[in-house]
Design a protein around this ligand. Structure first.
Ligand SMILES: Nc1ncnc2c1ncn2[C@@H]1O[C@H](COP(=O)(O)OP(=O)(O)OP(=O)(O)O)[C@@H](O)[C@H]1O
Ligand SMILES: [Mg+2]
Length: 263
């Protein structure tokens, strides 16, 4: 085995995943640098969520390796996998907040489950995290339903950073938000990046957000990384698939999803 590269947080090596006859990931290779923001773009059904679930260990790859901070996670026992998952904060697409809980209980959910701190202590930690994402302390005692969509996203991010993860994964963090709120969320992602030195992985269709936040970008197309580089490269590459996606054009090699990509 080659020596792990200390600057790489997650290394995905030739990962394949099929569901029955459908080969969803066809040998994905991607390196996610430590302390940087990596944005993964790609159309619906290209395998982004499947890849993300493989990184999180919610789904097992059929073959290949996923190294987390140099440690191969494929084939780990449940307990060891759990240890890795604790180092990752997940921010789900629709926030996945519990409506019946207050916002502080949502943010501090991981701490409540751990059972080490009192409610007051957890509420204090939650308020500190809410402040970090730009929300006032009064939000703590409200419930998700009392908040706007943009505020709910922030609560979801506060929850993701509550356990002080080394990596945070955002699945479509700005989908459904207006352009100004989108920009505010992008700014927050960048601020957390700077302040916490966290490794961020963002999955998005929003090219403006992608170019604003990305240190590194990769495009997934039909289960393969077809292009990667910094934002400038992705803006200027003449790869026709990237061009079409970035420009959001109906014209180009990416057509309507084919009914069958198998050979
Ligand atoms: N549990 C599963 N069982 C069977 N097929 C699945 C499963 N999960 C995903 N797939 C298939 O894998 C393909 C890729 O799905 P995935 O959810 O990763 O796409 P995506 O890139 O995240 O798309 P979107 O942008 O719409 O979220 C799809 O064709 C989907 O039907
Ligand atoms: Mg998805």
């Amino acid at each position: 085995m080659t020596q792990p590269n200390k600057d790489i947080m997650v290394k995905i090596e030739n990962v394949k995943k099929a569901f029955g006859p459908k080969q969803v990931l066809k040998g994905v290779n991607l390196e996610i640098p430590k302390g940087k923001c990596t944005v993964i773009i790609g159309g619906s059904g290209s395998g982004k969520s499947v890849l993300l679930k493989c990184i999180l260990g919610l789904m097992e790859a059929d073959s290949g390796h996923i190294y987390f901070d140099g440690k191969d996670t494929v084939g780990l026992k449940e307990k060891e996998h759990f240890e890795i998952m604790r180092r990752i904060g997940m921010c789900f697409q629709f926030g996945a907040l519990f409506d019946s809980l207050t916002n502080w209980q949502n943010v501090g959910f991981g701490l409540i489950e751990q059972g080490k701190l009192s409610d007051k202590e957890i509420r204090d930690v939650a308020i500190e995290k809410l402040k970090m994402v730009g929300l006032d302390p009064y939000v703590a005692d409200q419930k998700p339903a009392d908040l706007s969509g943009g505020m709910r996203k922030r609560v979801a991010v506060a929850r993701a950073i509550c356990m002080e993860p080394e990596v945070i994964i955002y699945d479509e963090p700005t989908t459904g938000l207006d352009p100004i709120t989108t920009d505010i969320i992008d700014e927050m992602v960048l601020k957390l990046q700077r302040e916490l030195g966290i490794t961020s992985i963002i999955i998005t269709h929003d090219m403006k957000s992608a170019f604003k936040t990305a240190d590194h970008m990769a495009m997934l197309y039909q289960g393969e990384i077809i292009a990667e580089g910094d934002a400038e490269f992705m803006k200027t590459t003449d790869n026709p698939y990237v061009r079409q996606f970035v420009e959001g054009s109906a014209e180009g090699p990416i057509g309507m999803p084919a009914t069958d990509h198998r050979q």
